[in-house]
Ligand binder design. Structure first.
Ligand code: A2P
Length: 271
């Protein structure tokens, strides 16, 4: 397998609809998860919560997958949070990228986990599992999300405690960074973490915690109510399906970019 990682070589052969960007930072969290940042092309615009196709040139061919952009729309760099699958066609190589390497990115961002796809409400729930936290990492750093809602509840469920670290670091940074403190009313932000396969103060799948009502008791908020609550969901296909059922049971209606409503799901994002 030949992975072409030199920016100058790639720029010469990249397809017209594709940017070639340079990795600026890589952080490995566990043997299954890592984060990286790369340069942002000058003309590239996106809405916080959207995803884009990124990838590598492998054996002379571009191999790209949908990745939520974890940085907010105002950020200078682009951040991504990725799984590592040992035999995954892209992530088995992407996990080896280093500062200075080239990453391909298609020019057009898209997605439904955006503020515009929800009608106004009081409380925004962002339900995530695993790397599904990425679009919410973007939204909780965007002042617009804080202007639109009185309370932002980010739930993140992982198999193991170590997999929560990206989200814990992120929320800590939001609460302590001086620049972010000036533009975000972070007293509105709540972070609820749970773990399914290890001991942890909060245990269980988010679906079970919603169904039993434990999530709401733990947070000290009333059960889901379409009059006040809005939802965004991002995780595996099964998690999306099961969480959607519970929101619909509570009376929330699914929306889209052209039909804003009470909750939205990212269907293109798989893991
Ligand atoms: P579990 O450990 O019980 O499978 P994954 O890494 O497989 O995407 O899982 C991330 C987290 O999502 C895990 O805590 C996992 O719990 C949980 N999960 C998996 N499937 C579902 C589902 N259908 N509904 C809610 N949570 C799920």
């Amino acid at each position: 397998m030949n992975v072409m990682t030199r920016p100058d070589e790639l720029i010469a052969i990249a397809p017209a609809n594709t940017y070639v960007e340079t990795v600026t930072e890589v952080t490995h969290y566990t043997d299954r998860l890592f984060r990286f940042r790369m340069t942002r092309p000058a003309g590239f615009r996106f809405r916080s919560g959207e995803f884009v196709m990124i990838g590598l040139m492998i054996d002379g061919k571009p191999l790209v997958r949908a990745y939520s952009i974890a940085s907010p729309s105002w950020a200078e760099e682009l951040e991504f949070f990725s799984i590592k699958v040992p035999d995954g066609p892209l992530t088995s190589h992407l996990q080896n990228i280093k500062v200075g390497d080239a990453v391909l990115m298609k020019k057009k961002p898209t997605g439904t986990l955006v503020n515009d796809a929800l009608i106004p409400g009081k409380r925004l729930y962002m339900f995530s599992t695993g790397t599904g936290i990425a679009p919410f990492a973007s939204l909780i750093r965007d002042p617009e999300t804080y202007e639109k809602f009185d309370e932002l509840i980010l739930t993140h469920t992982c198999r193991e405690v170590a997999e929560l670290q990206y989200g814990l670091d992120l929320v800590e940074e939001i609460r302590t960074d001086e620049m972010l403190q000036e533009v975000l009313d972070t007293s509105k932000l709540r972070h609820y973490t749970s773990v399914t396969r290890e001991d942890y103060p909060f245990k269980g799948r988010i679906t079970d915690l919603i169904e039993s009502g434990k999530l709401f008791t733990d947070l000290g908020v009333p059960p889901l109510d379409p009059a006040s609550d809005r939802g965004m969901i991002c995780g595996s296909m099964e998690m999306l399906k099961d969480t959607k059922v519970l929101l619909e049971k509570a009376g929330l209606v699914e929306g889209a970019n052209n039909r804003p409503a009470e909750f939205v799901i990212e269907r293109a994002f798989a893991g």
